[in-house]
Design a protein around this ligand. Sequence first.
Ligand code: AMP
Ligand code: MG
Length: 343
Amino acid sequence: MVLVLASRTRGLAPCLVGALSLTLTASLAGAVTIKSGRAKMGSPFEVTVVAPDEAKAWGAAEAAWTEIDRIEALISSWRESSETSAVNRAAGGDPVAISKELFDLVTRALKVSRLTEGAFDITFGPVGRLWEASAETHRLPDEESLRAARALVGYEAIELDAEALTVRLAKPGMRIGWGAMGKGYAANRAVAVLRAAGASGGLVNAGGDLVAFGRQEDGQPWKIGIAHPLEPDRIFAFFEIEDQAIVTSGDYERYVEIGGERYAHIIDPRSGRPVRGVRSVTVVCPDGELADALATATFVLGVEEGLALIDRLRGVEAMVVDAEGRIHYSQNLESFIRETATP
Ligand code: AMP
Ligand code: MG
């Protein structure tokens, strides 16, 4: 049977395939599996835990939820009280003292920006907001507003002081936002908490960004089915994974339609325009946060440049669906795919 873990609203929804048929199942080996779901970061999240007994499993899951809440409170740009909001409010002004945790997150985001030559950029916000407003008015942003917003986008204007643990956004009106990386980070942290709480295996599905660790209760690796991008009810690839993340960027339900054209919610920071030419990108690698950031970046870079980047990175694989629905794979993706029906 097939148990869908991810929301069906995403194009390439990861699904769990296998023995999990009830909320609680007990194996012969004595391990139990529990599953718990909640809405977090504006998306459906799910935590699946394999542990020696039920009490341990539920305790671990609860600790993971607490950790996800803590991260949301730290990084959300919607919450006035978050450190991210404090940084954004002070744009153009004095440096802001932040926690080591947010400082390190910004540092890692900048690394991905450099690696992707700006395709991934946490300062995309001013342009992103313009296109969001377009979704409401059904009119394209005017050139003048676009130019003004673009002038505020650019990771080079993020100033970090590692000694003082401060961050400063150099231009008034600049913003940072974690839409492309925050769920992956939350999933990574939740997995760390589950492990520390004694879980032998599990899955954290952060709104379609999935991080797996350990094994299923019967000792088998996790089997994740990927729905066909053009026919979401059909699974066309199975991934067998242990300590890996599978993250998809580009959910078809989230787009803006203006004048009959579809615009994605992913912005090319270099042009200030929503990306076209790619429908979705799925990245597989051991780190959920990196997979999240790279999926967004590959979406921006497009099929050729995107897959060329992925092929240069050890331990990272990807699958890109282009505008025509054609599927392109990175060099070594086959090592993860167990069975593939013809798409
Ligand atoms: P994801 O689904 O991980 O690709 O993240 C998409 C979200 O990331 C969008 O809804 C925006 O909040 C944000 N975003 C859009 N474009 C970019 C970009 N080029 N770099 C970083 N974040 C972006
Ligand atoms: Mg992402």
